[in-house]
Design a binder for this molecule. Structure first.
Ligand code: PLP
Length: 467
């Protein structure tokens, strides 16, 4: 991925002042040059900014830049990654009520999303709770089980959803193989590329149709702004089945004003009908707009994305290798470690095939303790850390730590967590940009509490290492 794109895409300084950095257009609305212009812009027959809920010049630079970085045709920036995931899926699902059974194999049940079981907890909440309220059905599959994807996709399925690198275990799935299965059933593939970023992986080049991001993480990178992005790959052929994709392929009354009367979004926006739908209907109607100052903050960070992600990755590999040799650590869930310990695993194979620049800096490791004998070990370890901050975030310049069983995955039962490969002693880290030897030293001194516990030297009454 090109650093030239991270620095220049979507913006060229313009008169009268030619500001070299992208200006923050702190405005809610825009004066129309004339009444005729206003009428055409509202009819979507003339491009232009009407109101900052659906478009803003600063936000538009971010949209153009991320679209180019991902190799898509257009993007829509939103207030958070959560809204990006939600709007992308809502736009594909359309109506929530059941359709009539028909000759196309539709059995009259609700529309479905087939999703990887290994998803960010907030996405799981959206799918299992809010989408259920809306009347959609979500079927979960193990992301590496191709037969499970094949079995779960039906004529009612409108979207396939997975993460390129999963959280917290940094597992990888075979996106091209999943895309082949989905495409054979006429279903587009949505990939959440938050942990990988386009520096490490560009899902559209591997068969995905739509990419979503929490730009709050590595794209922003400094833990100072929330944002999300939906990228339209522009290749999925919604017009091939107009009955299935009515929201894109059929004329809509709400777009009937002006000279484009009667045209469908596919006809009007041939290269990016999906992004047009997300913006003109879902962003417009539901309103999760990105503020221009947040967009400018993310843009500033994207300029250094290539450098940062490379350093995050190098630090993570150094830390993961050190942990893998530590007696207080039972297992390290990082693709670089798996390449040595389990090279035939799906994650190691996909990493070798599709991730030439490494597979990220968010990973997990299991402490070598028995949680039933010593249930406080993870808490002691985390509280002993100094540089690593206990924070519900990732992709920051700072190194962060979290305990999935008590935090992101606390709503699952212990058995559900175990089925997802998450032990009670699993610790997640997001490796920052500090000096790697400082990170290793911090982990080592905190692991002393675990070492001591394993050796039975910990005074359980005192909760500290017996001297
Ligand atoms: C993979 C992934 N997708 C989406 C989200 C949601 O993004 P946001 O917190 O920006 O709403 C997160 C947040 O942690 C995430 O990790």
């Amino acid at each position: 991925m090109s650093s030239t794109t991270t620095i220049h895409a979507g913006y060229a300084p313009a008169g009268p002042h030619f500001p070299v950095a992208v200006p923050v257009h702190q405005t809610t609305a825009y004066e129309f040059p004339s009444y005729a212009d206003a009428r055409e812009m509202f009819a979507l027959t003339k491009p232009g900014f009407t109101y900052s809920r659906t478009g803003n010049p600063t936000v538009a630079v971010l949209e153009q830049r991320v679209a180019e970085l991902e190799g898509g045709t257009a993007a829509v920036a939103l207030a958070s990654g959560q809204s990006a995931v939600a709007l992308a899926l809502l736009a594909l699902l359309g109506r929530g009520d059941a359709e009539r059974a028909g000759a196309d194999g539709h059995d009259g049940g609700p529309r479905t999303v087939v999703a990887a079981r290994q998803l960010y907890g907030g996405t799981l909440d959206l799918l299992t709770d809010t989408f259920a309220d809306f009347g959609y059905r979500v079927d979960f599959v193990d992301h590496q089980d191709l037969d499970a994807w094949r079995a779960a996709i039906t004529p009612r399925t409108r979207a396939v959803l997975l993460e390129s690198i999963t959280n917290p275990l940094a597992e990888l799935a075979d996106v091209p193989a999943i895309a082949e299965i989905a495409h054979a059933a006429g279903v587009p593939v949505v990939v959440d590329n938050t942990l990988a970023t386009p520096v490490l992986y560009r899902p559209l080049e591997h068969g995905a149709d739509i990419v979503v991001h929490s730009a709050t993480k590595f794209l922003g990178g400094h833990g100072s702004a929330l944002a999300g992005v939906v990228v339209d790959g522009g290749r999925f052929d919604f017009a091939a089945d107009p009955a299935k994709w009515q929201q894109l392929a059929a004329p809509k009354a709400r777009y009937a004003a002006g000279s484009g009367a009667g045209a469908s979004l596919v006809e009007r926006y041939a290269s990016c009908p999906f992004a047009a739908l997300v913006r003109s209907k879902y962003l417009h109607d539901l309103g999760p707009a990105l503020a221009p100052d947040a967009a400018a903050s993310i843009l500033r960070s994207i300029e250094t994305l290539n450098l940062r992600v490379a350093r995050h990755g190098a630090n993570a590999r150094a830390v993961a290798a050190h942990l893998a040799g530590h007696p207080a650590v039972a297992r390290v869930h990082h693709p670089a470690v798996l390449a040595g310990t389990d090279p035939e695993s799906t994650t190691a194979r996909i990493a070798a095939r599709d991730y030439p620049r490494g597979a990220g800096s968010v990973f997990a490791f299991d402490l070598a303790v028995d949680p039933d004998r010593d249930p406080d070990a993870v808490g002691r370890f985390i509280d002993a850390l100094g540089l690593f901050k206990l924070v519900a975030n990732l992709g920051d310049t700072r190194s962060l730590v979290a305990h999935p069983a008590a935090m992101t995955h606390c709503r699952m039962t212990r058995e559900q967590r175990a089925a997802a490969g998450i032990a009670e002693t699993t610790v997640r880290v997001s490796i920052g940009l500090e000096e790697p030897e400082d990170l290793v030293a911090d982990l080592d001194q905190a692991l002393l509490t675990v070492d001591a516990a394993r050796a039975g030297d910990l005074d359980p009454q005192e909760g500290r290492v017996a001297s």
